[in-house]
Design a protein around this ligand. Sequence first.
Ligand code: NAI
Length: 333
Amino acid sequence: EKDPIKVCVTGAAGQIAYSLLYQVAKGQVFGDDQPIILTLLDIPPMMPVLQGVVMELDDCAFSLLREVIPTSDEAVAFKDIDAAMLVGAMPRREGMERKDLLAANVKIFKSQGKSLDANAKKTVKVVVVGNPANTNALICKKYAPSIPAENFSCLTRLDQNRAKAQIAGRVGVTIDSVKNVIIWGNHSSTQFPDVSHGTVSVKGTAVPVSEAVKDDNWIKNEFIKTVQQRGAAVIKARKLSSAMSAAKATGDHMRDWFKGTPQGEYTSMGIVSDGSYGIEAGLVYSFPVTIDKSGKYTIVQGLEVDTFAREKMDATANELKQEMTTALEVCSD
Ligand code: NAI
């Protein structure tokens, strides 16, 4: 039997974690032969609720689950971990400006960055889900200087899954027929869902998305808007934010990162920019990447960027620059 890996989920008493923990403990993320030790972090007032989640994890009788460690102490939650799914963040309250939310949340990620630096394995892979995800990841990385920058990421896989679903629905094909849809930039309404390099398999032959959809106007307008605003549409309908789909995407992100992307396919994740595609180095920006079997990702290079795409890629980068400036100000005091 393999040695267990130690995985931390934060915001463990919240709604995304409720779906995510099932997938992780069931073996759907790290493999169905990979024993798991789970550490669950939430804030002190949520400890009674978290106890209920632990009871349910027990009652699921997961074969792979070796130990569950619920805690409100970051040092305990991050001790010797191999993977961190940082879901916990403060939710936006009524009347709260985006800037106030950013200030509250980047402070959480400053603290968690420091604690990861002190406690986690240096090989830990970190995905930030809590919003503003890109900027939280940037701050987390900044305060964990002893862990390589490429070990920090943020989730844009949900946006990618949403984009794939829109294309599959429009063309009338199964979801797996759609490949290489890209999300560029920020996990926010400025993100750029880009299908210009994507393909759809129609009757066994891969054709460009544009050829399969046959409506450039729909792709450039309605499609992009639908994906950008999907989170708000779910909130409006469900009166709660996306949770099942966010958890599924977090599992997809981590599985690909640990196991590699399928041959001929890439996936999008928010990562520290190296300056590729003219995106300011150091920003946490969503790029298309391929991932090898050892868990190392490489940004897909050489994709053609036309004027339409350039404008959208720069707009979302500009928003991230502003978020970074605000976040660094907040963290310096
Ligand atoms: P939720 O409010 O149900 O759960 C969040 C949990 O985090 C709560 O239990 C809360 O007590 C906990 N928490 C707050 N501060 C914490 C801290 N310092 N340490 C540990 N835990 C802490 O929220 P939900 O629906 O699970 O969403 C979580 C986050 O994910 C939100 O920020 C949301 O905006 C974000 N999100 C991101 C998506 C993405 O695609 N990147 C998609 C959907 C949601």
